[in-house]
Ligand binder design. Structure first.
Ligand code: HEM
Length: 255
């Protein structure tokens, strides 16, 4: 929140929330706020370097990303050392890093992940999960801000659920009961299309919906066009979570 004007920048707040949540899931709760802040800013530098020209000169975005990646890997290596020194099996943590460390400790040497592979997995998941989820939250706030009737409906359902659970901490079981919230997330993901397209390489000649696709062609899945296709979603520019009350099935012929 901006103390002077009372404004909050939703994306910034969402990035903080998703970063903390993802770190907790992957490497456990982080007590040291300074270290966590450094890690967050390093992860952002790596994320931005992924979209930069690959010029390894000091001062470029790409170079900053490489330096940041080194710092992240060093910090994670230290964390691994500390966990091994404390005795892996005695440690009662249940985060993803611990799962990978225990697995590689028990696997045969040929099967076990190396430390570098474990670190790569952790960093990949932080990058894949933080900005995407924060962007989705931000768009959902925007759509609910534009559709206050739906916002009120969602709020009253959620408050009702909370009072039934006596405001106890949320668990995965609670999430499974949040039907309308789930549909609101799906509708926000449809309309915002966080990742607009993603490529595939054809491994062999094939046919899709009457189109001939040759081996080695790169095919882009155009998610945004699908999300806004009236043959798939009625009235596609309307924000309407209840469209997911029914299962949406589309035949390729219709597209
Ligand atoms: C709203 C949030 C998210 C969106 C919109 C999103 C979107 C996507 C998309 C479009 C892909 C590519 C799919 C493909 O090419 O097949 C992908 C892949 C992936 N995402 Fe996410 N993602 C989100 C959250 C997350 C989170 C929270 C994590 C992990 C903590 C994650 C981890 C991954 C991974 C590991 C892959 C690669 C999977 C593979 O190798 O096939 N994503 N995501």
């Amino acid at each position: 929140a901006d103390g002077c004007t009372g404004r909050a920048v939703v994306l910034d707040a969402a990035l903080d929330v998703t970063f903390r949540a993802i770190c907790e899931m992957l490497i456990g709760p982080q007590e040291d706020a300074h270290k966590l802040g450094q890690l967050q800013s390093d992860v952002m530098d790596v994320t931005q370097a992924m979209l930069a020209l690959p010029i390894r000169l000091p001062g470029t975005r790409f170079y900053r990303g490489l330096q940041a990646r080194k710092r992240i890997m060093d910090a994670l290596r230290q964390e691994i050392c500390m966990r091994r020194e404390n005795g892996l099996k005695l440690d009662r943590r249940d985060d993803f890093l611990q799962t990978l460390l225990l697995k590689s400790h028990m696997d045969s040497p040929e099967e076990a992940l190396t430390d570098e592979q474990i670190l790569d997995n952790i960093l990949t998941l932080i990058i894949a999960g933080q900005v995407t989820t924060a962007t989705a939250i931000t768009w959902m706030v925007k759509y609910l801000g534009d559709n206050t009737d739906l916002q009120e409906k969602l709020r009253s359902i959620q408050l009702d659920l909370a009072s039934k659970h006596h405001d106890a901490p949320l668990t995965l079981q609670h999430l499974n009961t949040m039907d309308y919230a789930y549909k609101t997330v799906k509708e926000s993901l449809r309309m915002a299309t966080i990742v607009s397209w993603f490529p595939r390489v054809a491994l062999k000649d094939c046919q899709v919906a009457g189109f001939h696709i040759k081996k080695d062609w790169i095919i882009n899945v155009d998610a945004r066009s699908i999300h806004y296709d009236p043959a798939v979603y009625d009235n596609p520019t309307l924000f309407d979570p209840s469209r997911f009350n029914v299962c949406i099935v589309v035949s390729l012929k219709k597209l």
